[in-house]
Write a protein that binds this ligand. Sequence first.
Ligand code: ADP
Length: 203
Amino acid sequence: MARDGREGSIEVITGVMFSGKSEELLRRVRRALIARRKVQVFKSHLDDRYSGIMAISSHDGRHIEAVAINEARQIAERLDPDAEVVAIDEVQFLDDTVVEIVNDLADRGVRVIVSGTDMDFRGLPFGPIGPLLAIAERIDKLHAICVVCGDLATRNQRLIDGKPAPAEGPTIQVGGAESYEARCRRHHEVPSVADDQMSLVDR
Ligand code: ADP
């Protein structure tokens, strides 16, 4: 799978929800297409919020057709052998084997661009993002705007009925603006069910 002797690489676009990761991934994909590179886009199909599972979308509505996957091995299975650029959106939902697959692609001369949120709603590292950051040639960490104070947001605030969701909830719960907000560290709230029970006892 030689690609005109080009060196492969891994680029990671990460950060909080609403920080423009999908927009940036799309921008790089569009520019690769302008450069007449053969591009293939994969998207974890757990996330089909905006326009169905076969497209990657940014919040401004732009989209490009993508191969929907729900396990990392499907990247290897459905790979176009001629692909020079492979982009993977919402990589945080994939299992850890994505790290080896991505590394292998880069070793074979492919430019790999992955995007995904770096922290879960508790503020802990999300899925395979940590190891991907470690092996990447290039990392861009994007920020959104904190909906509470207007500072730079780094955290995913999960909401249930408009209130901060407890830490005990499932790590993966796909949602958009109705159930997540971008917030700064100071305004990121992760209550614990145990704390709620304690406060009931106090009363
Ligand atoms: P991501 O892939 O990181 O979730 P998108 O590329 O889908 O982000 O969307 C980014 C867009 O979301 C911004 O260009 C902006 O129009 C919109 N947006 C909505 N809420 C916010 C916010 N709190 N901070 C910044 N941008 C926001």
